[in-house]
Ligand binder design. Structure first.
Ligand code: ADP
Ligand code: 5GP
Length: 205
């Protein structure tokens, strides 16, 4: 399957697990219209409150491996011992309809999407400290202790990767962090290349 010629701007969002990505993405999508979300496939189990087909497509390893073999993913990665991937059909579903598309990806996925779509914008969300990150992971408390330790270990390495991102947002105050990401998305809508069709329509230039 081919990736559709795209219309919307892609925003890749990365943060160490527990930083608040999912919470922020929910707020941003409620506050500004026209923002689609690319639903990934994963082999991890759903957390309390997560809905299949809304937060993720939850599949078993055999199905995930079948999709890899069938080249159904734009990118996929092993993250915290589980498989995560963006399917071509998931991207296509959103790219044509939404003005903008948010993708929640780990560092490996973000690199691959940036390689395939160099004009995409990447945003890294930082936790205020490692202590607060651990507290947030515990607060979510649907991951077993061992999983929390693994995520904390990987967080240090992930944070080092923030230098490769276009924007870095600190999630201390939740609403402030969401506002910053909304501002990034809204500002990109005025980017010259995206405004030229409007100029042409209004002034026939
Ligand atoms: P992620 O998607 O990055 O793994 P979540 O969005 O699931 O993280 O957030 C992890 C936990 O931290 C949740 O319980 C969420 O309510 C909480 N949280 C997120 N942002 C903040 C914040 N700015 N202040 C306090 N708690 C927060
Ligand atoms: P969680 O299990 O906390 O929802 O996500 C764990 C990690 O997997 C996060 O860093 C998240 O960004 C990443 N992730 C979620 N979906 C995908 C995907 O489709 N591809 C890649 N590469 N990473 C993903």
């Amino acid at each position: 399957m081919e990736i559709c010629p795209k219309k919307g701007q892609i925003f890749v969002i990365t943060a160490p697990s527990g930083t608040g990505k999912t919470t922020i993405i929910d707020i941003v999508r409620k506050n500004i219209g026209g923002v689609g979300y690319c639903i990934s496939h994963t082999t991890r189990r759903p957390r309390k409150g997560e809905v299949n087909g809304l937060h993720y497509y939850f599949v078993d390893r055999a199905e995930f491996e079948r999709m890899i073999e069938a080249h159904e993913f734009v990118e996929w990665a092993l993250v915290y011992d589980q498989l995560y991937g963006t399917s071509i059909s998931s991207i296509n579903r959103e790219l044509f309809s939404a003005k903008d598309l948010l993708m929640d990806l780990d560092i490996q996925g973000a690199k691959e999407i940036k390689r395939r779509f160099p004009e995409c914008r990447s945003i890294f969300i930082l936790p205020p400290s490692m202590e607060i990150l651990k507290e947030r992971l515990k607060k979510r408390s649907t991951d077993k202790g061992v999983d929390i330790d693994l995520r904390m270990k990987e967080a240090v390495e992930e944070i080092q990767g923030c230098r490769d991102y276009d924007f870095i947002v600190l999630n201390d105050d939740l609403n402030q962090a969401a506002r910053e990401i909304e501002a990034i998305i809204i500002a990109q809508r005025s980017y010259r290349e995206r405004r030229l069709p409007l100029v042409q329509r209004l002034f026939h230039l």
